[in-house]
Write a new protein. Structure first.
Length: 418
């Protein structure tokens, strides 16, 4: 079977690999000139298998007025007057219930477990090196109220997720000596030993290099990809002035997926959620981090990536629902820089530019995996804030659905129109 994978981000490449391993002929098509250039390039590097709670929740609903009016909040919503945006927001509000949060958390934990197992397989089979390690994750809280909520979440997740340990402020600083938050400013934290991290850009680069060595895999890079339909079926796509025909197409265009779907004649509930990151060097070896750290009240994550030439710390944050706009807002970028300065001792000149990317966000935070309304087009997109974490499990599920195999997780939880 010849399959065309639309997108060379982490989700598209994981899908291409899984298809190729299953014996398919694969073509990967992407508008960028190299792989892993979208949201997969500079993300937070967290393989966050246990922190999968959705953004839509009763708690988010309570804070919505502040999000709408506080320009400095780590989450920002710019109202847009188009039907897709309005529909997305209404669906988001419908998902802000405790029942939906429970449903989504259970579905994502299952996909997370599958993803961890699949990443083990891909890493070994493709002999990849991408700074992956079990670093453990420490979520620290500055506010009394948020610490109480974090502690409640840890209790609620006991039994369905990994074992989590609640620490007081002093214990947090002992566990993570690289933290530079004054003891009096820390209420406490929650530590999860089993959490991992890894560099998704290095994963993309390594996997693409391995795929390129196979004569059953090809890449068509650089040039917008548009659909060619015949009698309502997707039969080919146009890229770089040439037509690519295939038996099936898998849509992995991340935040560009909704536009492609519109061109095919259906709606995908995906909105771009913009975030920012820096990749800093710790100032001295004693400023290096042992673990992934999340500064919960500032909503910034720090991931220590141990590269051959020394540690770098990826600092990522901000979630702005501001449309398909890739421009850097200097004030939002500065907030991540300031948040880093307030928590760690890094050389701020080691990354003077920073990075921005668009998370492909669905209203319930779950990816959309499975058949689309258009014959010939399968969906594997909408991974929001967890695309790196969920890429390999999503690829497995998509390929199982494509080849008519028994799915490893409940496919209905991720179906289009669920
Ligand atoms: C600041 C930030 C921090 C994050 N932190 C984490 C984290 O710590 N852990 C985690 O698991 N996830 C994280 N994420 C989310 C994760 O990065 C994304 O979910 C993931 O990268 C999505 O992968 P993708 O392959 O679907 O999309 P992308 O990586 O965006 O790839 C999509 C590709 O499609 C191409 N494309 C789109 N439209 C077209 C078109 N019409 N024609 C041709 N090509 C097209 C693009 O060029 C791009 O290469 C973060 C995201 C951001 C922005």
């Amino acid at each position: 079977m010849r399959v065309c994978v639309l997108g060379a981000g982490v989700v598209g490449l994981a899908t291409a690999w899984t298809l190729s391993e299953a014996g398919c002929e694969v073509v990967v098509a992407d508008g960028a000139t190299t792989v892993g250039q979208g949201a997969s390039a500079g993300n937070g590097a967290q393989l966050s298998y246990n922190f999968v709670a959705p953004f839509a929740s009763p708690d988010t609903l309570r804070h919505l007025p502040a999000l709408l009016w506080d320009g400095a909040a780590p989450v920002r919503l710019k109202p847009q007057f188009n039907m897709d945006f309005l529909r997305w927001n209404l669906a988001f509000l419908r998902n802000c219930t405790s029942r939906k949060v429970r449903e989504t958390t259970a579905a994502q934990l299952a996909l997370g477990a599958l993803s961890r197992a699949e990443l083990d397989i891909v890493e070994k089979a493709a002999e990849l090196s991408f700074c992956r390690r079990v670093a453990g994750k420490l979520v620290v809280y500055r506010e009394r109220g948020s610490f109480a909520a974090g502690r409640r979440d840890a209790e609620a997740q006991r039994g369905i997720g990994a074992e989590q340990i609640v620490l007081d402020g002093a214990e947090c600083l002992r566990e993570e000596p690289g933290l530079r938050i004054a003891p009096g400013l820390l209420q406490g934290g929650v530590y999860t030993q089993s959490e991992e991290l890894g560099d998704s850009a290095a994963f993309c680069e390594g996997l693409a290099a391995k795929l390129s060595q196979r004569n059953t895999v090809s890449f068509v890079m650089g040039g917008q990809v548009t659909p060619l339909l015949r009698e309502g079926k997707l039969v080919a796509v146009r890229a770089n002035g040439a037509d690519i025909a295939a038996d099936c197409f898998v849509l992995c265009f991340g935040s560009g997926s909704a536009r492609f779907a519109r061109a095919c004649g259906f709606r995908l509930p995906i909105q771009p959620m913009k975030g920012y990151s820096f990749t800093f060097r710790p100032r001295t070896p004693s400023d290096e981090l042992r673990h992934s750290v999340t500064d919960a009240d500032r909503k910034i994550v720090f991931a220590p990536l141990d590269r051959p030439d020394g540690q770098v710390i990826r600092a990522a944050g901000i979630a702005d629902l501001v449309g398909e706009d890739r421009s850097i807002d200097p004030k939002r970028l500065a907030a991540v820089r300031k948040g880093t300065e307030d928590a760690l001792d890094v050389d701020l000149d080691s990354d003077p530019i920073g990075w921005t990317g668009l998370r492909p966000a669905t209203p319930d935070s779950r990816p959309i995996i499975g058949p689309s309304p258009v014959p010939g087009l399968l969906l594997n997109t909408g991974h929001g804030a967890l695309g790196w974490t969920l890429a390999c499990g999503s690829a497995r599920l998509a390929v199982q659905l494509l080849l008519g195999q028994e799915p490893s997780v409940r496919a209905a939880d991720f179906a289009y129109g669920r």
